[in-house]
Each structure stands twice: as structure tokens, then as C-alpha cells.
Design a protein around this ligand. Sequence first.
Ligand SMILES: Nc1ncnc2c1ncn2[C@@H]1O[C@H](COP(=O)(O)OP(=O)(O)OP(=O)(O)O)[C@@H](O)[C@H]1O
Length: 526
Amino acid sequence: MQTELHTGIDLALDLIRQPDRRALLDCAHRQLCEAFGVSRSWLFELDASGRDLVCPALTGETTLACDDFRHPMAHVIRSDAARVVRTADRVRYEHPVLDTMLDALAPGESLWLSPVRAEQGAVLGVLALAGDPGSWEGLTGQPLFQGFLRLLAGHWRQHLDRHDRLWQQRLLHRSLAHLKDSELDRRKNEQLAATLIGHSRAMADLRSQIVRAAGTQLSVLIQGETGCGKDLVARGLHDFSQRADGPYVVVNCAAIPDSLLESELFGHTKGAFSGADRAREGLLAQADGGTLFLDEIGDMPMALQSKLLRVLETQRFRPLGGQTEQRSDFRIVAATHQPLQSLIRENRFRRDLYYRLSQFPVKVTPLRERGEDLEALSRAFITAYREREGSGPLGISSQALRFLSGYRFPGNVRELRNVIEFACIQAADGADVQAEDLRLDMMAPVPGEDDDETGEGDADLLCPGLPPLHEIDDLREAARAFEAAIISARLRQYQGNRAQAAESLGLPKRTLAHKCQKFNVTLEAD
Ligand SMILES: Nc1ncnc2c1ncn2[C@@H]1O[C@H](COP(=O)(O)OP(=O)(O)OP(=O)(O)O)[C@@H](O)[C@H]1O
């Protein structure tokens, strides 16, 4: 009895001296082997969710689900009772963690599994012992063992509570950091809204995506129709990234002849080919530390696509005629208005390159699908005009805006900017741009340019710039727009020949000239 008391006090002192949970559990393992004669022990701890058990020694980073009855620990938790598992029981269960435990048993040994409870009744986990005690009840029924278990559970609970407080503090820190990040992102979004204008949901989403993508090193593929703002998106990705102070190198793959594109990108040594009278650094090298923007990537020749893929994977390249490889650390952003998926099907674009480029895909919505942006964009272009020219209109009338909203803008924002800039020239200084200032013939789609194959836009093709019929609230204005659209289309049909256009419309030439002046329709013969 004396010895037992002595041993008990030693064990207790040893346990309560441990500074943290890990040390406490290690100490418990030690004592179980040394004082109670078990050959091995494991402690499975219930995680904060209460749904999983973790035993770093056995599961590493992974967890054991409490409702996965392929392992006996789940049965112990559910039944809240101890159980013995022998090697022969392996067939009843089917779990790699149990297999590992059973494999560790010496011949004749078995496992004793028991829930561990704190005094308040909360289950903390499962204790697993391996050994050959003859009878597990004999060992685990001892008062010393039970006292040890109670002390272990009590201290385990205390360390968990302390850990919980730390955990809560850490969570608080994390949420504060998150709040700070969100505030930073909000400010970046605001800054971006000054160049990438538009109040629509689509534009707000686009700006958030840019800010998010800019914070990563992922390759970004920007897809969208011509003139919808892909260049601006690429610039934003660079400006808001950590590489903002590095170079921003733009390559328009469609603008450079195939034969020159490779040497433009890779550079060349002196004498690498006829005409290479001096060495030239390529754009890949120039982009080191910054962003390489490959515009119109769909136009890149197949052979060069393979070489580009290799560069992206190794960040290494060899200039034409060069013997040694160079390294360049750039972030790639690519853009295209072409449907790359179709190009892949037609074997004109490499699938592997597509996947490599589109680690972060970004789609820019065409202007016709975000009519809410027309006003902000128009006003921004008018302001820019005024600032540049020193005079011009101050705003735009609601009729003119309605006028614009009836048009499909196949050339997207670029087309809108041209229309507004021209209207600024027509409008009176200090006044608002009026519907009649919008030169309709500039807005008529060139055949083949409008990629709408649904026929939905037919009304607009007949009369560009005219608002939908149910929205017309000024008949005189609408009639003028209609007349102007017909005259404009007819003039285009006759390449600006007013005599032919007038004749085809049953008008005297002078009347047509008068209407052209009134409606600002000015398409002349070449
Ligand atoms: N959201 C926007 N806010 C302000 N300006 C815009 C916006 N979108 C586009 N623009 C302007 O429209 C014009 C065309 O934009 P941009 O060159 O970025 O289009 P793109 O999609 O790259 O065209 P392309 O396919 O022809 O290369 C530019 O003058 C650009 O500044």
C-alpha cells in the first residue's frame, strides 16, 4: 500500500508538471509502459468539431471519422465502453490505422481501447493500450490505474481549455487580418473602378476577380469580345500585383508576323540568322521580374506554342542562335477574343498550353449585356474629352442614353468611346450630348462584325441606335432617329453617293443633303 501510494504520488507529480498537452500525453505514454507494463499506447484526441479523432503518431495530418465504423475507435466512442481487440478481429474491421496498430502487436498481445472522459463528462478521446496483461480487467480495474486515468483526463482537459483560449485568440487574429485584407481589397476595387468603369454586377465581379488574381502568381487567361476592355484587365492585373514595380511587357501576337514572333520573344544572338547583325534581347528576358502580356494568343503559331509551353514550365529559354539557357521570372497574362476551345478542336491551339494559361480564367462581359454601364462610360468619355480639349459638352441627355441602349455595340466599349468622342465634337460647348449628336452611321455594324448568330439583333441591324419600340417616349425624336438610320444605311450601301441614295429613297438630292446636315450623317464617297 505504501509503495502504491508512493508510486501514485510520483506519477501524479510527473503528470501535473507537464507544460503542454503534447508533453502530458508523452508523459502518459511513458508511465503506461513503465508503471503499468503495457508495451505500447496511443491516445486518440477528439477534435474541436467532435466528429473526428486525431492521433498524430498514427494518422499524421489525417483524421479518423467517429462515424466510420470500419475502425473500432468509432465503436468505443458510440458505445462509450471499453473493448478488447485481438489480431483475429482484423477481419471484422477494415481500416489501415487499425492494421498499423495490430501489426505493432507482439504474438499473444491484444489491444484494449477505452473512452477517456473528463470529470464533467465530456469525452476527450480514446486510449489504446497494447500488451499481454493476461486479463485487461485485472490491469485496468486497479485503483492506481483508475486514479492515473482520472488525473490524466483532468489535466488533458485543462490543457485543452488553455489551447481553446489560444485557439480563440488565433481565430480573432485571423479574422482581424481577414478584415484588414478585405479593406485593402475594397480599396483596390475602388482604385480599379477609376480605370475599369461600370456599375454593373458583371463589372464589379470582374474588378474583384482582378484583385484576387493579382494577389496570386497564377497565369491568367482573359477572354472577351473585341474592344470590351481586355487590355485594361491585363494592366490592372499587373498594377495590383506584387510585380507592379517590375516591367509590363505587351506582345500582340496578331500584330507581329509569325516569322518574327519567335525572335521577338526569345531574342537572338549576333548572326543567328541573316540580318541579325547584332544581338537582341527578347521580350521574355525583358519581362523578368514583371508581367508578360500576350495579347491575341489565339494567333500564336502552333510551333511557337510548344516552345512557349516549355518556357512557362521551366522559366528557361534559349535565344535564337544562343548556346546557353537564360532564366526569366515573369507572370504570364494572355488574352484572346477567339474561342480557344474551338481552336483546340481544330488543332490550331494546344490543349496543354490552354490549361497552363488558364490557371485563373477571366471572362469580360460584352457591353450589350451590361447596359447599366452605358451612362457611367459615356460620362467618363465626355469628361476625358473635355479635359483633353479644354472644352466640350458637360454630360449626356437621357434621350441620348436611351438611344445608345437600343444598340448592340459589336465593337463594345471601344465603339462607344468613338461614338461619344464624335458626339462631343458635334455637341455645343457646356451643353449635354443629345441623341442627334450621336452619329448613327458610326454605330451601324459592319456585316460579319456582329457575331450574334441568333438573329435577336435584327431590329437593331435595321435601325441601329433606336430604342426598343415599347421604350419610345418621344415620337418626333424616334422618327428622326429612324430617318437618320435609313439614310445612313443607304449612304453606306452606295458608298456615300448621295445622288444614288436620294434616288433609291425617292427624295430629291437637296432634301437628302438637308436631312444629312440635320442628322449629322456625314458618310462621303471615297
Ligand atoms: N470598363 C471600361 N472602362 C473604361 N474604358 C474602357 C472599359 N473597357 C474598355 N475601355 C476602353 O475601350 C477601349 C478598348 O479597350 P481594350 O483595348 O482594353 O479592349 P480589348 O478587349 O483589349 O480589345 P481588343 O480585343 O481589340 O484588343 C480602350 O480605349 C479602353 O480604355
